[in-house]
Design a protein around this ligand. Structure first.
Ligand SMILES: C[S@@+](CC[C@H](N)C(=O)[O-])C[C@H]1O[C@@H](n2cnc3c(N)ncnc32)[C@H](O)[C@@H]1O
Length: 241
C-alpha cells in the first residue's frame, strides 16, 4: 500500500512537482488535513484546505505528478490511431488538470470539475488559455444538465478518496454522467476484500470496481493490474444506446 492518498499510484511516470521539497513526506499534509476534516464529519473539506495551502507553499498535494496518468495515456493509445476523440468528455475530481488537458488533447470538448475551488483556480492558472472548461462542483450535487450528457467520463482516484460508506453513492453519481453510447473510464487503487485501507485512501475492492456497472451501464473491461507492489484497476463501462 502506498501513502494515504496514493499519489504514487498515478504511475511510474509520476515525478514530484518541481517545487516540492524532496525531503518532505509527500503524504503528511494530506494525512494531517484529512484527519481534521474526518473528525469534524466533513469527508470532502480537506481537499480545499490542501489545495489552498499548496498554493502558498505550506502543503504538498501528493498526487500532483504534473503529468497525465500513465494508465489513461496507455488506454487512449490502445484505442488505435488518433485515439478516441470526438464528443463531450467530463473529468471527475480533476485536481490540477493534467488529465483534463490530456483528454482535451484527444479531441474532446472537455469539462473538468472538482469540489475544491482552489484546485479549479490552480488548474486554470496552470493552463491559461486552456480549452478545458474547469468548474467547481460537487459529485454529490452536480449540475442537472450533466446527467447522461457525456460521451467519455474519466474518473481517476476520486471515489477512493472518499470514505467507504460514500463509495456507492459516489459510484452511482459518476455512472450517471455517461450518455447513451458513451464510455466511463475508471482508474483506481485496488485492495482485496476485507484488506486494509490507508484511510485515506479507501482503495476499491473487486466488488466496488464492478459496482460502476450501475444505472444502466455495463462493464466492458476490468483490468486487475499488479506491479511493483501496487494494485490498481483500470476499467471501462458502456451505456447502451
Ligand atoms: C486523490 S485526488 C485525485 C485527483 C485527480 N483525479 C488525480 O488523479 O490527480 C481526489 C480529487 O477528488 C476531488 N474530490 C473529492 N471529493 C469530491 C466531490 N465530492 N466532488 C468533486 N470532486 C471531489 C478532490 O478535491 C481531489 O482533487
Amino acid at each position: 500500500m502506498t501513502g494515504p492518498t496514493s499519489g504514487r499510484d498515478r504511475g511510474t511516470d509520476a515525478a514530484p512537482a518541481p517545487d516540492a521539497d524532496p525531503k518532505a513526506d509527500p503524504d503528511a499534509d494530506a494525512r494531517r488535513l484529512a484527519a481534521r476534516s474526518l473528525a469534524a464529519d466533513d469527508p470532502t473539506g480537506w481537499f480545499e484546505h490542501l489545495y489552498a495551502e499548496s498554493a502558498t507553499g505550506e502543503a504538498i498535494v501528493p498526487w500532483d505528478s504534473r503529468t497525465p496518468h500513465v494508465l489513461l495515456v496507455e488506454w487512449a493509445a490502445g484505442r488505435g490511431p488518433g485515439g478516441p476523440g470526438g464528443g463531450r468528455a467530463l473529468v471527475v475530481g480533476a485536481g490540477l488538470g493534467d488529465d483534463a488537458e490530456y483528454v482535451a488533447g484527444l479531441g474532446y470538448d472537455t469539462v473538468a470539475f472538482d469540489v475544491s475551488e482552489s484546485a479549479v483556480r490552480l488548474a486554470r492558472e496552470r493552463f491559461p488559455g486552456s480549452a478545458v472548461d474547469y468548474r467547481a462542483a460537487d459529485l454529490f450535487d452536480p449540475p442537472a444538465g450533466w446527467r447522461h450528457a457525456f460521451d467519455l467520463v474519466v474518473e481517476i482516484m476520486t471515489v477512493q478518496a472518499l470514505p467507504e460508506e460514500l463509495h456507492a453513492r459516489a459510484t452511482a453519481g459518476v455512472a450517471a454522467f455517461v450518455r447513451p453510447g458513451g464510455t466511463l473510464l475508471v482508474i483506481a487503487s485496488g485492495r482485496e476484500e476485507g484488506g486494509p485501507a490507508g484511510a485515506p485512501p479507501w482503495p476499491l475492492t473487486a466488488a466496488e470496481i464492478a459496482a460502476f456497472a450501475t444505472g444502466g451501464l455495463t462493464a466492458e473491461t476490468i483490468e486487475d493490474l499488479r506491479d511493483d507492489g501496487r494494485h490498481r484497476w483500470r476499467a471501462t463501462f458502456h451505456r447502451p444506446l
